[in-house]
Write a protein that binds this ligand. Structure first.
Ligand SMILES: *[C@@H]1O[C@H](CO)[C@@H](O)[C@H](O)[C@H]1NC(C)=O
Ligand SMILES: *[C@@H]1O[C@H](CO)[C@@H](O)[C@H](O)[C@H]1NC(C)=O
Ligand SMILES: *[C@@H]1O[C@H](CO)[C@@H](O)[C@H](O)[C@H]1NC(C)=O
Ligand SMILES: *[C@@H]1O[C@H](CO)[C@@H](O)[C@H](O)[C@H]1NC(C)=O
Length: 242
């Protein structure tokens, strides 16, 4: 019994030490004719398990997904301001639909492109803003929420393969949104002004979204890349993308 336990114990230890936890998704062969279809199916099969988080890989929950803090400076169009998001809870990722996944491997750089659509994303948290939004001057902090419908775009993950490990360096996504509704409370002492600004944003969100998106995407890149690396750094590249 003792030896049996010792064996089990050492198998677990050994397994962990050599990164031998199985990859939590079906493995597809890069030279197979239906590689993209296989990746898509592997993703669809595995994603529900990722949603709640995988503690053995130190992966957090993806729905709800927590964005703790991020600060961005906007300086174009109707917005000239520093905007920080705090303790933002993002829900809706569980319903992601993947239309296609492609991969490219050239000059030691591996790239994964995922065409995805999320029917509805809801963000709730606190926002701190200092600057101007159109004619409004805002320097305050308050709660916000945002509902975005049909968020679709390509997630591009790229990075070098070093020592048979894919090190994701960038995760870029510039999603389009069909409908967006925003609420914030940044003028606590004047509901009228607050409502005027909220209405302004909800009426004119497409141009605002266009100028804010690339900068936000860049700011979120290290966060998303860090999430991806929590998984990919734990496996040999040749094992998960043979
Ligand atoms: C807002 O920014 C201005 C100019 O950059 C600065 O002087 C001011 O202290 C800031 N206010 C807050 C509340 O951070
Ligand atoms: C956003 O906040 C407002 C005010 O608290 C609330 O009326 C609205 O239902 C919230 N929307 C979402 C999607 O949570
Ligand atoms: C790759 O492996 C070699 C030999 O084990 C090591 O010297 C080098 O630092 C490693 N490079 C990276 C980026 O981990
Ligand atoms: C993702 O890659 C595709 C193909 O290279 C490109 O057309 C698209 O603009 C890229 N998207 C982002 C957000 O970088």
């Amino acid at each position: 019994m003792f030896f049996y336990l010792l064996n089990v114990f050492s198998i677990i230890l050994f397994g962990l030490a050599s990164g031998e936890l199985p990859f939590p998704a079906t493995i597809c062969k890069r030279d197979s004719v239906d590689y993209s279809a296989c990746l898509k199916q592997a993703f669809e099969e595995a994603f529900p398990r990722f949603v709640k988080g995988l503690t053995e890989f130190d992966l957090p929950s993806l729905d709800p997904l927590v964005y703790e803090f991020g600060k961005v400076v906007f300086n174009s169009g109707d917005i000239h301001a520093e905007v920080a998001l705090m303790n933002t809870i993002i829900t809706g990722m569980a319903k992601v639909q993947v239309n296609d996944i492609r991969s490219y491997f050239l000059d030691d750089i591996f790239r994964l492109e995922i065409d995805a659509l999320v029917p509805k994303l809801i963000l709730k948290g606190a926002v701190k803003m200092n600057g101007t939004l159109s004619i409004f001057r805002i320097a305050n902090e308050g709660p916000f929420n945002l509902t975005a419908n049909d968020v679709s775009g390509t997630w591009n993950m790229t990075g070098h393969v070093v020592n048979d490990t894919w090190i994701v360096e960038h995760t870029r996504v510039l999603p389009s949104v069909r409908k967006l509704k925003l609420y914030f409370d940044l003028f606590q002492d004047s509901k009228e002004i607050n409502n005027a600004v909220v209405n302004f944003v909800n009426e004119f969100w497409p141009p605002l979204y266009r100028v804010m998106l690339p900068i936000t995407s860049e700011a979120w890149d290290p966060w998303l890349t860090g999430l991806a690396n929590k998984l990919f750094l734990k496996f040999s590249f040749s094992k998960i993308f043979p």
